[in-house]
Ligand binder design. Structure first.
Ligand SMILES: NC(=O)C1=CN([C@@H]2O[C@H](COP(=O)(O)OP(=O)(O)OC[C@H]3O[C@@H](n4cnc5c(N)ncnc54)[C@H](O)[C@@H]3O)[C@@H](O)[C@H]2O)C=CC1
Ligand SMILES: N[C@@H](CCCCNC(=O)[C@H]1CCC=N1)C(=O)O
Ligand SMILES: [Mg+2]
Length: 259
């Protein structure tokens, strides 16, 4: 499980605002509109209790504070509990939380205790970054490339297939590539015979995963992957529209999905 670092989360508000403006440029919608289009829901200041969790690698600096800023940005009424773990959960419910947000090293969940709905950050992140990619106004075809078919990438690829795109995919893990081919009808990208794409979705924990051969002028790269899949030099060379943000877009997808 690739864990965030406090450094990834510095000035999350600025990172979220910058990502939102790229999303608007690429799709004509802001992140809230994309969430509303995906789930048919919109927030009405629901109370969100953010509970720090000390298990495993422990509390990540800036994580709870970032979730506090992110939930406010998307119109929720949120608070971070003073206590962590079980006592924090108790405190959140006692203080009227309708939705619980908390994460250990393996699972980051949103649980709406009023309607019972629960969301997992990995599929929710894949789905929203894929949805943003699928709404690129200047896409020149229905072909899309997915790099990384793991816990975030596979649900994203499924979303693109479901929306009728021709999905090319690659993952060095042969089992995962095989699963995407058999379950989703993904077309394995032939690294020896690459083609250019105007729309790319990436979800890997590696840098430089996008070969220059697949880039086209002004293409969209929608990626939650950390570190970034493309160097700033290559991004500038092709004027790539980069949609990348460390926590907020995926969290918004989780919250809208449990309303
Ligand atoms: N920005 C956000 O909101 C979020 C970001 N993440 C990040 O997304 C990334 C992916 O997370 P998971 O799907 O949970 O990880 P995962 O380990 O389940 O999947 C990553 C996949 O990438 C593949 N991969 C590695 N190098 C590759 C390459 N060169 N080309 C194609 N595929 C390659 C691996 O074989 C693996 O199957 C991680 O960096 C994680 O930290 C995860 C959740 C939210
Ligand atoms: N237990 C810690 C939070 C641990 C979060 C680990 N998960 C990630 O880093 C995932 C979530 C989105 C991107 N990566 C705390 O409460 O401070
Ligand atoms: Mg995000």
């Amino acid at each position: 499980m690739a864990l965030l670092t406090p450094n990834d989360l510095i000035n999350i508000n600025r990172q979220l605002q910058e990502a939102d403006s790229v999303v608007q440029k690429v799709t004509g919608l802001d992140i809230k509109d994309v969430c509303q289009a995906l789930y048919g829901t919109s927030p009405l200041s629901e109370k969100v209790g953010i509970v720090p969790v000390t298990s495993g690698n422990g509390i990540i600096g800036n994580f709870s504070a970032s979730l506090h800023a992110i939930t406010q940005y998307f119109g929720f009424d949120s608070f971070v509990t003073d206590m962590p773990d079980v006592s924090g959960y108790y405190e959140a419910v006692q203080n009227g939380a309708e939705i619980i947000l908390m994460a250990d090293d393996h699972t980051f969940l949103a649980h709406n205790i009023k309607n019972g709905k629960m969301a997992n950050n990995q599929p929710c992140t894949g789905v929203i970054y894929a949805e943003i990619a699928s709404r690129y106004l200047k896409a020149d075809s229905k072909d899309v490339l997915v790099m990384g078919l793991g816990k975030v990438g596979f649900p994203g690829a499924a979303q693109l297939v479901q929306k009728g795109f021709r999905v090319y995919g690659y993952d060095p893990d042969a089992r995962l590539l095989k699963r995407a081919v058999s379950d989703l009808g993904v077309i394995p990208l032939d690294p020896a015979n690459p083609k250019k794409f105007s729309t790319i979705f990436e979800a890997t924990p590696c840098a430089n995963t996008i070969p220059e051969a697949v880039l086209s002028e002004n293409c969209v790269l929608s990626t939650p992957g950390i570190p970034c899949a493309i160097s700033e030099e290559l991004r500038k060379k092709y004027d790539v529209q980069l949609v990348a943000e460390p926590l907020g877009i995926g969290t918004a997808s989780m919250l809208y999905s449990v309303l």
